[in-house]
Ligand binder design. Structure first.
Ligand code: AMP
Ligand code: MG
Length: 526
């Protein structure tokens, strides 16, 4: 198939040496800065995570940002938690910025560890994120988290802040991915402040409110495994199973069932990423959600001129997290989780079996998604021929660096019986005869299943987005926001909330990137 998912790092399940001496966590002191409790935003907060023993987090307060202002708010996310997006007053903005603490909040920063770029990194933790608590919603309890609200005991060398640039990117992409139907954490808001933050240059600080049922990561489990603390490992696994995977409680081995389900979800999530050309950029195990949701948006990108080897993160010199590598890395990350769960699962064979579902789940999902992208039914007798058709498609996309999003969107306009509608597609290729040859094979395949143009077009347009968060679009919104004009953040969010719709008034947001976009670089610095 198009993506190679062979497990490249088959290691024995040998217990790793504890990277930190047991007890090191205790040095993380309880910080309690004054934060004014207010009732301005009446959130009926609970904090289920804080019911875990204190080893798992530190209670603390956010560091207020001076004179915060609202940069953006997602209306659907706000409504989900019972907040009226039209009623955001100064007190609410202060809460969104972490400058004030809502009455019932019990802010905590969680501890976790992880593998970064394939190397064990030891303890990390919420260096700038703080959980306020969880709110009951129509989709179940949602945790709210400030990101960028100040230092925590896990900030290491960092300042606990996030810059406006990366906050707008995370905000827009979280909501864009949600609208694409891809499992992801959500984003409620971005609040900014004129407070300076030092990165390569001086930028200004911002705080995003993220939402997810939980922010527990693979690294949360690795943390206790690498400290040889089986008791806390079990407490964490039981909490996750009971709260998020209750059906697994009845399985013979709930921990093996948990690993298998998380592995499946991760494989499916990454198949979805591949299908829209999303590249995460920093697939470290501390950025992998235990719910299989896209988590921690940093130097992500959407594929434009197709290149399977594309690396969206300027800091990723080896290309570990390139587009083509994502499926394998997802597997490797599940491997790291598997290793951490061995003490609970009990048997290496059972652990291996749970992990081994990855390749099949990924291949099945990606095959289904790619068929849908091409508007084809999955016909068993055509499986091999379809694989060849897809391989040759990715071959010409690669050779011609055709724009990924535009290609699939325009493909819906192709007619099965004639090449009369091919021009917009041909325009994306330098080697037009190569495109014509592929289109001929594709037409033959469409005719084979009696595909009806209009029906196929509607179905394809419902899965091939017209609008994705291209870097240059995000940059345009950031540039204006840095001049205190937040209109483009709002407009872009609105466009991305209906990515499959034709929006004639927003045609320019579906255009090829301008030449200057080639100079844009996104790195881990945020
Ligand atoms: P990331 O690559 O953004 O997922 O971050 C990796 C780790 O670094 C996490 O533990 C973050 O909380 C932490 N971190 C990143 N940026 C900062 C910052 N400015 N201040 C404190 N911690 C940070
Ligand atoms: Mg992270």
């Amino acid at each position: 198939m198009t993506f190679d998912v062979a497990l490249q790092h088959p290691r024995p399940f040998a217990p790793a040496a504890a990277a930190f001496p047991p007890g090191a966590l205790k040095s993380a002191s309880l910080r309690n800065q004054p934060g004014k409790a207010i009732a301005a935003i009446a959130l009926p907060l609970e904090n289920s995570f804080a019911s875990l023993p204190p080893d798992f987090y530190t209670r603390l307060m956010p560091t207020p940002l001076p004179a915060p202002y609202l940069v953006g708010i997602s209306a659907p996310a706000a409504r989900l938690i019972g907040l009226d997006p039209a009623q955001v007053d100064d007190d609410t903005v202060a809460v969104l910025a972490g400058s004030r603490v809502p009455e019932r909040a019990q802010p905590v920063a969680a501890v976790y560890s992880g593998h970064q770029f394939g190397v064990w990194a030891g303890q990390l933790g919420d260096g700038r994120a703080m959980l306020l608590g969880d709110v009951a919603t129509a989709e179940g309890p949602m945790e709210l988290q400030w990101k960028g609200a100040g230092m925590t005991p896990y900030s290491r060398m960092g300042d606990g802040r996030a810059v406006l640039r990366s906050s707008i990117r995370e905000f827009l992409c979280s909501e864009a991915m949600h609208a694409l139907g891809i499992p992801t954490t959500r984003a409620l808001s971005v609040a900014g402040s004129d407070q300076g933050v030092v990165r390569e240059t001086i930028e200004t600080a911002a705080v995003v409110i993220r939402m997810a049922p939980t922010f527990i990561r693979f690294g949360s489990f690795e943390h206790w495994f690498h400290r040889n603390n089986e008791g806390n490992l079990r407490i964490l696994a039981d909490y996750v199973i009971d709260r998020f995977y209750p059906a697994l409680r009845d399985e013979d081995n709930p921990y093996a069932a948990l690993l298998e389900e998380v592995t499946r979800r991760t494989a499916r999530m990454i198949a979805h990423w591949q299908s829209v050309g999303f590249m995460h950029g920093v697939m470290n195990t501390d950025n992998m959600s235990i719910l299989g949701q896209t988590l921690d948006y940093g130097p992500f990108g959407f594929m434009e001129a197709f290149n399977a080897q594309h690396i969206c993160n300027h800091s990723d010199h080896q290309g570990r997290y390139s587009y083509a590598m994502q499926p394998q890395i997802g597997h490797w990350n599940c491997y790291a989780l598997a290793q951490a769960l061995v003490p609970l699962i009990g048997e290496v064979e059972e652990t291996q079996a749970a992990l081994d579902v990855y390749q099949g789940e990924f291949a099945t999902t990606v095959d289904r998604l790619l068929h849908a992208k091409l508007g084809l039914n999955q016909l068993p007798e055509q499986a091999d021929a379809d694989r060849a058709l897809l391989d040759s498609l990715f071959g010409i996309l690669q050779a011609n660096h055709a724009d990924f999003t535009l290609f699939f969107r325009r493909l819906s306009g192709l007619q099965a019986g004639s090449n009369a509608g091919d021009e917009p597609l041909r325009d994306l290729f330098i080697d037009r005869p190569a495109f014509d040859a592929w289109a001929q094979q594709y037409r033959t395949r469409l005719l084979l299943e009696g595909s009806v143009d209009a029906e196929r077009k509607a179905a394809m347009n419902a899965v091939n987005p017209k609008y994705v968060l291209r870097n240059y679009l995000a940059q345009g919104a950031i540039d204006k926001a840095q001049q205190k004009d937040f209109s483009e953040v709002a407009r872009l969010l609105q466009v991305l909330q209906s990515p499959f719709d034709e929006q004639p008034e927003n045609e320019q947001y579906a255009a090829l990137p301008p030449d200057w976009a080639a100079e844009l670089e996104v790195s881990c610095s945020s």
